[in-house]
Design a protein around this ligand. Structure first.
Ligand SMILES: [Zn+2]
Length: 270
């Protein structure tokens, strides 16, 4: 009799928990990602499931928060590279050799990086793809989207080798936000398709420096096209010619999106 009552009580408890849990999850909202800017176009993203993604890992750039980061960054699961230029490929090969991070980039740049020493077993067809491809990266899905730029890769002998086409990345985090790293690009009509296909962008990492990419006015237009809620400016101030500023971005956005200027090395939650 007692044990039957206990069984009834524990079944009742399980039912209450099952009913309550979705309500609790709803009240807590979506999970958050931890985003760290390493200067220039380099970012680290840590998902609620613990997946660590590095984007355009030039960790030895002049605005990097500390020296030797490429040798000390502890865990990296995936490295995303938008195009072949040195300020985006950065320290990818050294980081991949040490951490075993898998490479997500276009086919030609993938081959060029393997020739430059990126571990072949971590740059296979499970992660190397091309525009429109959606790659599973732990609890995130990384979608390669077009960027308007160039993508030559300078090899160790100083030759400019084929690096495929430049791209940006939409990162859909399971139970979390949708991020968009523009790569190097001008604003394009294609950006209008991003929210149509993948939903509004919660946080956009946008190049604003001008000269090689869109300037703050272009980035503001791009942010409105992708319906970004928050814009993190990048690819400005590293060199004198990249002279677009976050203040100019803020002025051009006229309050249509929040501008968050990250401090290199200091993680922020989104
Ligand atoms: Zn660049």
């Amino acid at each position: 009799m007692v044990s039957r009552f206990r069984r009834f009580r524990s079944a009742l408890g399980a039912l209450a928990a099952a009913l309550l849990l979705p309500a609790v999850a709803l009240a807590q909202g979506k999970g958050k990602v931890e985003v760290t800017w390493y200067g220039h176009a380099a970012f680290g993203v840590k998902t609620p499931g613990g997946t660590v993604i590095l984007i355009d890992p030039w960790l030895s750039n002049p605005k990097a928060p500390e020296k030797g980061l490429a040798d000390s960054i502890p865990k990296v699961d995936f490295i995303l590279i938008s195009h072949g230029h040195f300020d985006h490929v950065g320290d990818a090969v050294a980081i991949a050799k040490r951490t075993g991070a898998k490479l997500i980039t276009n086919f030609e740049l993938g081959a060029a990086l393997v020739a430059a020493g990126y571990p072949k077993e971590n740059a296979g067809l499970d992660t190397v793809g091309n525009m429109g491809g959606a790659i599973q990266a732990g609890d995130a899905t990384v979608i390669m989207v077009p960027a308007v730029h160039s993508s030559g890769f300078g090899d160790s002998e100083g030759h400019n080798v084929v690096g495929g086409n430049p791209m940006g990345f939409v990162i859909q985090v399971k139970n979390g936000p949708t991020l968009y790293h523009t790569g190097d690009t001008d604003v394009t009509q294609d950006m209008k398709l991003i929210p149509e296909r993948y939903g509004a962008v919660d946080m956009m990492m946008a190049c604003i420096g001008g000269h090689f990419t869109m300037d703050p006015k272009g980035a503001a237009l791009a942010a409105r096209m992708v319906r970004a809620k928050t814009v993190i400016p990048m690819h400005f101030g590293t060199f004198p010619v990249l002279n677009g500023t976050p203040d100019e971005l803020r002025a051009a956005l006229k309050g249509k999106a929040k501008v968050d200027v990250l401090v290199p090395g200091k993680p922020a939650m989104f």
